[in-house]
Design a protein. Sequence first.
Length: 330
Amino acid sequence: MESLDLRVLSDVLSWHQAGHAVTLVTVVQTWGSAPRPPGALLAVRDDGLVSGSVSGGCVEDDLIARTKAAFKAVPKPAVNLPSTMAYGVTQEEASRFGLPCGGTLRLVQEPVTSTVWIKELLDRTSRHQLVSRTLNLATGEVVLDDAVRGQAMHFDDTTLSTVFGPKWRLLLIGAGQLSQAVAQMATMLDFEVLVCDPREEFMMDMPGVTRLPGMPDDVVRELMPDAHTAIVALTHDPKLDDMALLEALKSAAFYVGALGSARNQATRKQRLAEHFDLSDEELSRLYGPVGLAIGAKTPAEIAVSIVAQMVEVKNMATPKVANLPGCTVA
């Protein structure tokens, strides 16, 4: 899994190893219509080359100019500590930097003096671990620790804690061509992608995806889906899809979808209600036909519709989530 933030850190590592001085900038607070969320990263190299974004382009030019000037003014042996800065505090500044609707950004600037933590973080996230990084602004010390799903970024003017890794999970039932397209797109959106398909003829290679052995219903139970888990059934085989959906619809998963026409979905719901005793509330959580209605025809287009709907539900205020203990989306 290679998220945008991890790509920024990977660039910082390679630049530092090549002998460049680098500053890492993190969005820590936003007010108004800020274009980038807390936790967003930007790396600025001593020659002005950048990776990532903290404002969608609004304040990057000023940050680059300030950073290049600081690198020229301070000798390399000097030790610099992290500091905070803000953009858009006044309406005049917001207009100057192009921040929409008077939005305000508060940033932490951090001179990169060591890349040991970056190497470890990239290694751990490559193994699908969720990692918390805590920066002490008074000393510049960085500590890595295990994070838990749903853990949020924290900033208290003294320490900054951010989380890296697959905060959201997607379990795909089926490993066909459509699943491969969905997996590729979901991986780009920072989902940890898992796939289950007991059919030997569908043992296709899916880079960056974890293959889970066993029958789909057993896999769903063992996964213990939480409010940061999505499950999509794509085999078109009721023996596989229905059993997985039976477990998924009773879980805390924030999104449960199934491939098939409207007619097939109506038949499926009737079958699940009659033979597996699923309630109307549980059945209402099923997104089927899965995906947004965009007239998709090809596997890639259908994958776009599925992933777009999944993101829409993830970001909306009232997803189809069963009334289960601890079932909240953060």
